[in-house]
Design a protein around this ligand. Structure first.
Ligand code: MG
Length: 398
């Protein structure tokens, strides 16, 4: 299937020219699964964004975490504030590159909808529980939320988002799952790329979490400024800030350093991507999809710096004993809930039990596991803890 080329005529950084030819233009969208009339006062991607903001899974992001469990403090990032930061970083870059800001925002706000409670610990535990039933992938689950699990509209199941938003949500996918996804799974089989908007949101996600984890890690006292001095990206900004503002308090200094780190990465991404777009000269979004390599990328130098920061966080923050104590408990909550429901689905609330019977009818034991995984993945941190207590705490017998 071929798609018409978008009009030419964009220059970088000139908003009057609007979208670049290689951006996702809604006129050339691959459409929605269930055809709908175009919106009257919004773009198609604005409509996607609005449907995401109004869905239940989006509201639950407020009580889901990545590194720190929700009740640890009100100042830490949640999946909701993380998603807003991804949208902010993504939109800023999209505007400079002439990409579709509305699409970037829609993908950014939806990209984590499928995350389990308790961040990566919850995801790994649920994946282990689901191993014999095809595993659990949070990224695929985000797509499942917008395609299947949100039931709000009279005429269709899911949010009926455009192909481009769904393409952006699905960052990774196993080949087995890709084969069942039709056009959406093609790129994983053919090893091709998604739209530039999807590529951009993917990196905006990384920029957001690597930098806010530095900020949150310092706030929690799990890492120190002295330790971070090992990391070149942090060190170069810290030296600059200390020279310019020698009397700044620690908290303000940390914020000043982190914002400069983000700025440095965003600037590098913009300049490197501009050059790669000029060199590859894609005439349309569809041409971008035929490339083997990504055009939205950091320079080699920034890749090295970025990798060093990620390694630092893995070594000093994500595997800090206090974080590991939380994640070990979180994994236990998820695993025990899963096992209890698998053994006795009669423990499930009415709606979930109904869904389980439907999936079990079609897929037997795998259907049962899927319904339970959907239920657990949809929980917030605090709901999962409350559910665990309701099921296992003797105090709830009285
Ligand atoms: Mg994310």
């Amino acid at each position: 299937m071929t798609y018409p080329l978008a009009p030419a005529g964009h220059r970088f950084g000139n908003p009057i020219c609007g979208l670049a030819p290689y951006a996702a233009h809604e006129e050339y969208s691959r459409g929605r699964r269930f055809p709908e009339e175009p919106p009257n006062y919004r773009s198609e991607y604005q409509r996607d964004r609005d449907r995401i903001v109004h869905c239940g899974a989006f509201r639950r992001l407020e009580y889901k975490t990545q590194v720190f469990v929700n009740h640890e403090g009100d100042m830490f990032r949640t999946r909701l504030t993380h998603s807003l930061e991804v949208a902010q970083i993504g939109r800023s870059i999209a505007r400079v590159l002439g990409l579709n800001e509305d699409l970037v925002e829609a993908v950014a706000l939806a990209h984590d909808l499928g995350h389990t409670p308790f961040g990566h610990a919850g995801q790994e535990a649920l994946n282990a529980c689901m191993r014999q039933f095809g595993g659990f992938e949070h990224n695929f689950q985000s797509l499942r939320v917008v395609d299947e699990l949100e039931r709000r509209y009279a005429e269709f199941t899911g949010l009926n988002l455009t192909f481009e938003t769904r393409e952006g949500i699905l960052k990774h996918c196993s080949l087995e799952r890709a084969r069942g996804l039709g056009e959406l799974g093609d790129r994983f089989i053919k090893k091709r790329q998604p739209s530039l908007e999807a590529q951009l949101t993917n990196i905006a996600d990384e920029i957001a979490y690597n930098n806010h984890d530095v900020d949150d890690g310092l706030r929690a006292g799990l890492i120190t400024i002295e330790q971070l001095n090992e990391v070149a990206l942090f060190r170069e900004q810290l030296q600059d800030v200390r020279t310019r503002y020698p009397r700044l308090t620690d908290r303000r200094m940390i914020h000043e350093v982190v914002r400069r780190m983000i700025n440095r990465q965003v600037s590098d991404l913009i300049e490197t991507t501009k050059s790669s777009i000029v060199a590859a000269a894609p005439a349309s979004c569809d041409e971008v999809r035929q490339f083997e390599n990504r055009l939205v990328k950091f320079s080699d130098e920034m890749n090295t710096l970025h990798r060093e920061l990620k390694q630092f966080l893995r070594k000093n923050l994500y595997t800090h004993y206090r974080v590991k104590r939380m994640t070990a408990k979180a994994a236990q909550v998820v695993t025990r809930l899963f096992e209890a429901f698998m053994t006795d689905p009669g423990l499930l609330p009415t709606d979930t039990a109904r869904e389980l019977r439907r999936l079990e009818h079609d897929h037997q034991e795998k259907g049962r596991a899927l319904a339970i995984a959907d239920y657990i993945a949809g929980m917030t941190d605090r709901y999962a803890i409350a559910e665990y207590e309701r099921l296992f705490s003797p105090a709830h017998l009285t």
